[in-house]
Design a binder for this molecule. Structure first.
Ligand code: SAH
Length: 345
């Protein structure tokens, strides 16, 4: 029993010092999350709670270390220790299960992968002006193409599908597409967003546009209706499919500097049918000190995408204006990704 002999009230400065000390340790939570995702701990808890000893045996881990990792995560509602000392799944931990609908496991592995981890850990290099390309000899997308699928089963494309899928339903239910329209998902990766939109809007036609090696791996077959979609391999800096009514750009604009964004947006503007719309889907950075997931993602962009950034509403307005478009409205979807709708100017 620890005897509490010191109930001195902390000064403001002492409290602040401890606060900063704790902030400097925040990265430890991400590391612990990576460890349990790699070990597949959540999969072993589907049938019910288990002790650290049982989990260590199942995952070929050291019992004491695994216990300490789980004890930390339980302070953040990822796993919970019950009264008999066993660990059990919590609602957030359910998303780490490999078999969970749109599992976040590969998303967690990718966002904590050494290339992301290293970039964020030494972000000061980028802040001082070094680029991902200078450090790795190629840009971010070339890097992942070259690296392919890791031995732990993730690569950029399946991991980003897992990461980004957590927001898709918010986007799908907050935009009404007119019957019979054609929607292009520009840089649509494996097609999860388009799949959600086609499911909700049975009269829509969808075109998945991305790099050839990406669209070839698409998931659109899950719709069970091959007549309502097609794939279109290409380079959005050259051109995008013509004559569609909607051009969606989710997590695309945030990857690029203003000049590159204007090239992509102009290509959409030139291709779209009369009355067409561009739907940028990115976080919109709020004013002031408000916490926002977009401000975290923005840090990753400093490290990995030269010139990439999360933008404020005014910055979107200016980008659109330079691409012959006009910002029409910003739709708050209830998650950190908004729909920023633009029409021809
Ligand atoms: N829209 C998806 C993926 C965003 S990641 C989502 O929100 O989950 C950015 C996507 O842009 C990747 O799938 C990448 O393959 C694609 N991309 C990058 N450069 C491209 C280019 N020049 N032409 C077409 N697609 C490109």
């Amino acid at each position: 029993m620890i005897e509490h002999i010191n109930d001195t009230k902390l000064s403001e400065s002492e409290t602040a010092g401890l606060f900063l000390l704790e902030r400097s340790l925040d990265y430890v939570y991400s590391a612990a999350l990576r460890a349990v995702a790699l070990l597949g701990v959540a999969d072993h808890l589907v049938d019910g709670p288990k002790t650290a000893a049982e989990l260590a045996q199942l995952t070929e881990a050291d019992e004491s270390s695994l216990y300490r990792v789980l004890r930390l995560l339980a302070t953040k509602e990822v796993f919970r220790q019950n009264e008999s000392g066993q660990f059990e799944l919590t609602a957030p931990a359910q998303h780490l299960r490999t078999d969970a609908p749109s599992s976040l496991r590969s998303g967690v592995l990718w966002v904590t992968d050494e290339v992301m981890w290293g970039s964020i850990g030494e972000i000061v290099r980028n802040v001082r002006g070094e680029t991902f390309k200078k450090i790795h000899g190629m840009n971010f997308f070339e890097y992942w193409k070259e690296r392919g699928v890791s031995s732990d089963g993730y690569d950029f494309h399946n991991a980003y599908d897992s990461f980004s899928n957590k927001e898709n339903e918010f986007l799908v239910r907050n935009y009404d597409f007119p019957n019979g329209s054609t929607v292009v998902d520009v840089g649509g990766n494996l097609g999860a967003l388009l799949l959600g939109i086609l499911r909700r809007n049975p009269t829509l036609h969808g075109i998945l546009f991305d790099q050839p090696h990406v669209v070839n791996r698409n998931r659109l077959g899950e719709l069970g209706d091959d007549k309502r979609w097609e794939i279109s391999p290409g380079d959005f800096f050259k051109s995008v499919p013509k004559n569609a009514d909607f051009y969606m750009l989710k997590y695309v604009i945030h990857d690029w500097n203003d000049e590159d964004c204007i090239r992509i947006l102009r290509n959409c503007r030139e291709a779209m049918a009369p009355g067409g719309r561009v739907l940028v889907m990115d976080p919109v950075i709020p004013k002031g000190n408000t916490p926002h997931i977009g401000k975290l993602l923005d840090q990753l962009l400093i490290g990995v995408c030269e010139g990439g950034r999360e933008r404020k509403e005014e910055e979107f307005r200016q980008l659109f204006a330079r691409a012959g478009l006009r910002l029409n409205r910003v739709i708050d979807t209830g998650c950190h990704v908004s729909i920023i709708e633009a029409v021809a100017d």
